[in-house]
Design a protein around this ligand. Structure first.
Ligand code: PLP
Length: 472
């Protein structure tokens, strides 16, 4: 108990010259708060200890803790992650990494002024929505386009604009839930539209839709079953059939496409996701999709379709609440411009990862494994191999499709696997791996250029038992 008496007060620590350099970087309020926190933590840790610590010893312990706390808080919590999971559109890891052009547009726009809502030709006020609209029209063949915060917002806005207080007909096989929080029935409720379910889980016919149409029907709705598949005896209504019915009854058709592909992925065996262009040419009136799934851009909800409906959405007060900022517009414009070029699959990281050949992946895995081996001392402590793995597209797309990939396989003797993968996670940049049986797998497909050497260094650091300091 004696030690508590020797704890230095906040003022004394604050006046200590070891704190001077911190005060040169951070403001006094922040540093004082962290000193209090450090003293409090140390107080709790020593209160049941018998051994008495002197004032000098306690000061030193508190200063160490203070450094840790400030380093932690002063750098924020968002950090780079080396994705070794083999899941390309990892929702928890921020979905799609941006292309170089997107980054360039983003930096330029972020660090200066831009013509976000200014028409440079007329010299008058312009609209933030004009910027990517022309590109989206060009790339999809639609009449008009609008971009909002994310696809959930796009669906909400579409339903609210086109079907408030009126009925929307949806197949029971398409009442999707994505990412835990986006559920068609809930979004429908929030939008003020009335959900009219038809058909069954596995079979819905066009006649189910036709029978449900009444004077209060506003919209025929189709949702892409992004993250699941119904297999066996199934029947779903084709978009083109729905459009046909809509024309006959004078009702618009809206499709929640989910991912929204602009680039033909069929040559790489990925043919389950419909192209946006195809949905547009099927005649759907409104189509919505995400900017950060297979499109490979920033988080955004893209709405394309008929001019009159898009115009009504732009006027909807909700649009102001769901609007995108200049950074999203800049990154999206940079991304879309890549699709005008002849080689988008090389420029857009997501497409590049999906189209890399298995042989290239194997060679990359061999190379990294070789580098890791040269850094392990003693070499027997850990087995480094290369193994084929199944990678995933992720992001709620291609739920049953795996990609043939390659991984570096680390097996250990006398070391706890949990402990190693935790240490890798806690580094900066963090390394996220897969566990299989009693091994750590690092899939190379999802490593970005420049990650290879970083990864090797981080693994070497962990295996050399270099301690990583993490404040409690
Ligand atoms: C992913 C997805 C959404 C949600 O999109 P966000 O951009 O994450 O809001 C909605 N509907 C479908 C069908 C999806 O696949």
């Amino acid at each position: 108990m004696g030690s508590l008496r020797n704890l230095p007060p906040v003022d004394e620590i604050l006046l200590d010259e070891r704190v001077n350099h911190l005060l040169g970087i951070y403001n006094r309020e922040f540093v004082t708060g962290k000193i209090r926190q450090a003293i409090e933590q140390i107080r709790n840790e020593i209160k049941n200890r018998d051994q008495e610590l002197s004032r000098v010893e306690l000061s030193s312990i508190i200063h160490d803790r203070l450094e840790l706390l400030i380093n932690h808080a002063g750098t924020g919590t968002l950090r780079k992650v080396i994705n070794g999971t083999g899941v390309v559109l990892h929702t928890n890891l921020g979905r799609s990494p941006l292309s170089k052009t997107a980054l360039q547009y983003l930096t330029e726009t972020a660090t200066g002024y831009c013509n976000l809502e200014f028409d440079l030709v007329s010299g008058e006020r312009g609209s933030r929505y004009q910027h990517v609209e022309e590109l989206l029209v060009e790339l999809t063949g639609a009449e008009a386009a609008l971009v909002v915060n994310n696809n959930a917002a796009a669906v909400l806005l579409g339903l609210n604009t086109m079907a408030k207080s009126r009925e929307v007909i949806v197949s029971r096989g398409q009442l999707v839930e994505i990412g835990g929080a986006f559920r068609i029935p809930e979004v429908m409720k929030q939008s003020g539209a009335i959900l009219k379910e038809v058909g069954t889980t596995n079979k819905t016919y066009l006649s189910d839709f036709a029978d449900a149409v009444n004077s209060n029907t506003a919209l025929l709705f189709s949702a892409h079953p992004s993250n699941y598949r119904i297999v066996g005896f199934t029947e779903e209504v084709k978009l083109s059939e729905l459009v046909q019915l809509g024309r006959e009854c004078g009702l618009p058709v809206m499709e929640d496409l989910g991912s929204g592909v602009f680039y033909e992925l069929e040559p790489w065996g990925l043919n389950a996701e419909p192209l946006v262009k195809c949905s547009v040419s099927s005649g759907a009136d409104i189509i919505t999709f995400s900017g950060d799934k297979l499109l490979g851009g920033p988080q955004a909800g893209i709405i394309v379709g008929k001019r009159n409906f898009i115009a009504a959405m732009k006027k909807n007060q909700l649009t102001r609440a769901l609007r995108v900022d200049k950074l999203t517009i800049a990154a999206l414009e940079g991304t879309l411009l890549e699709y005008l070029k002849s080689t988008p699959a090389q420029a857009i990281p997501v497409l590049q990862m999906l189209t890399t050949s298995v042989e290239v992946l194997r060679q990359r895995a061999e190379k990294i494994a070789g580098l890791i081996k040269t850094m392990i001392d003693p070499p027997e402590a850990i087995k480094v191999e290369v193994t084929p793995v199944d990678d995933m597209v992720g992001g709620g797309t291609y739920p049953v499709h795996t990609l043939n990939g390659y991984a570096i396989k680390l097996s250990f003797t006398g070391m706890a696997l949990e402990d190693i993968s935790r240490k890798l996670r806690l580094m900066n940049p963090a390394v996220l791996t897969r566990k299989q049986d009693n091994q750590i797998l690092i899939s190379v497909r999802t490593l970005l250029s420049g990650d290879d050497i970083l990864l090797v260094k981080q693994i070497a650091r962990v295996l050399q038992k270099e301690s990583i300091s993490v404040p409690k």
